[in-house]
Design a protein around this ligand. Structure first.
Ligand SMILES: Cc1ncc(COP(=O)(O)O)c(C=O)c1O
Length: 433
């Protein structure tokens, strides 16, 4: 009996040592979900856990649950779990706020440290194609503190700015548009060689690729809870600071600028004066969103469930196999149909998503795919910068199968080859793309 390439994918799924992890999720029938890089899927444990927090901990326990159900410890407890995914030690990560807010706090702390060590270090360097919120936050801090934000157009141009004016190099590890991944250790070393601090945004890395912040010697990091961590829409984010900075901030009684009561050394002393809590807890601000934290914890647990199976390294091996297969199939099956992978072929430079450049109708192509049950997303290009429209496909090894990759590429081929994407209904833009 002859086997088809699709059969080969089914065979790979049958042999996949991580296949059982898929049962942790609620995956709608008829959907191939390739957008875990934007919003992770619902873990099966989450609805019951959130219902329990509501009915028992809130409904019955009421305010007592801050102690009896450990609500007050959630930012640190969930932070410690996230730490296991990003090469951080217990007590170095707290969950809470959004990535944008955490970035504000961490970047401000880094700018203060840099300035106090060397007053001429007033420059923040980032990439023009970094996620806009990172650039807006950096710009707002630059305005506030008389610093300067410098943006480079290509990673190769970073080297030109590694000088004695540089305070903080602020980069997103895996680029949200292209899926290109920086070499965290090498870039951190280069920033340090220039005497600057390194701040990483792990929005597209935490739970997606192995990250080892401490081994890389990084200084600060922030990341997102609703993407690969499967924490749910608008899930709390997280912030990390290297132990050496936390120790110094302790010794020097340093603040971060959003000095809320939960980051106070003794929140329930209700004193009018602020004294920062020791360690990473100083980076918390207000009351933690308990329901959202409970959902985030369930999401993080879906990744920790992979630890006995090889953890992030095993997930990475499967992720590279999935993205590699997708790139190869697009090149073979969609040749001449106007889609071109822009994500690096080189595994070391590839995150867990693949982006395809499309000269025209990218939005409509994605809408046609979504109608067929293949859910990715679309990011418009910037003609002024010469950047193309992108179709983005995220591959989440916890639940994506090899046969999903095959089927998704076949749908893409059909949408393009038949011209189905030209149908007017695929061109109406919604508020969120
Ligand atoms: C790199 C990066 N940083 C930050 C964010 C979002 O930040 P926030 O959690 O504040 O919405 C995103 C969202 O897609 C992102 O891709």
């Amino acid at each position: 009996m002859t086997t088809t390439p699709r059969d080969d994918c089914l065979a790979r799924d049958a042999q996949d040592p991580l296949a059982a992890l898929r049962a942790q999720f609620v995956l709608p029938d008829g959907v191939i979900y390739l957008d875990g890089n934007s919003l992770g899927v619902l873990p099966a444990a989450t609805p019951a856990r959130v219902a329990q927090v509501m009915a028992d901990e809130w409904g019955t326990g009421l305010i007592r649950s801050w102690n009896s159900a450990g609500w007050i410890d959630l930012p640190a407890r969930v932070g410690d779990k996230i730490a296991r995914l990003i090469g951080a030690a217990p007590g170095e990560v707290v969950a809470g706020d959004s990535t944008s807010v955490n970035l504000y706090k961490a970047l401000a702390a880094a700018l203060d440290l840099a300035r106090d060590d060397a007053p001429q270090r007033r420059v923040i360097v980032s990439e023009r194609d970094n996620f806009p919120t990172d650039l807006y936050i950096a710009e707002s801090l630059a305005r506030e503190r008389g610093a300067e934000l410098v943006l480079v157009d290509r990673p190769e141009d970073l080297a030109r700015h590694l000088d004695d004016r540089l305070a903080v190099l602020l980069l997103t590890h895996v680029n949200y548009r292209s899926g290109r991944m920086h070499d965290m250790a090498a870039v951190t070393r280069a920033a340090h060689d220039a005497g600057a601090l390194m701040l990483w945004d792990l929005a597209h890395s935490a739970g997606a690729v192995p990250v080892d912040l401490n081994r890389a010697g990084a200084d600060f990091a922030v990341g997102c809870g609703y993407k690969y961590l499967n924490g749910g829409p608008g899930a709390p984010a997280f912030v990390w600071a290297a132990r050496r900075h936390l120790d110094r901030m302790d010794a020097e009684q340093r603040w971060q600028p959003l000095a809320g009561w939960m980051g106070h050394a003794a929140p329930f002393a209700f004193t009018p004066g602020y004294h920062p809590a020791l360690g990473i807890r100083r980076f918390t601000c207000g009351t933690p969103p308990v329901l959202a934290m409970a959902a985030l914890e369930c999401g993080v647990d879906t990744l920790l469930a992979a630890e006995p199976l090889g953890g992030m390294d095993a997930l990475r091996a499967k992720s590279l196999a999935l993205t590699g297969l997708f790139i190869a199939l697009v090149q073979a099956r969609c040749a001449g149909l106007g889609v071109e992978p822009v994500t690096p072929d080189e595994p070391a430079a590839r995150g867990s998503q693949v982006s395809l450049a499309r000269a025209d109708g990218g939005y409509a192509v994605m809408q046609a795919l979504i109608e067929r049950g293949v859910i990715g997303d679309f990011r418009a290009g910037d003609p002024a910068q010469g950047s193309p429209d992108l179709l983005r496909f995220g591959f989440t090894p916890l639940y994506t199968r090899f046969v999903d990759v095959w089927d998704a590429v076949e749908h893409l081929r059909e949408v393009l080859a038949s011209g189905q994407w030209r149908e007017p209904r695929f061109h109406a833009k919604a508020a969120v793309t």
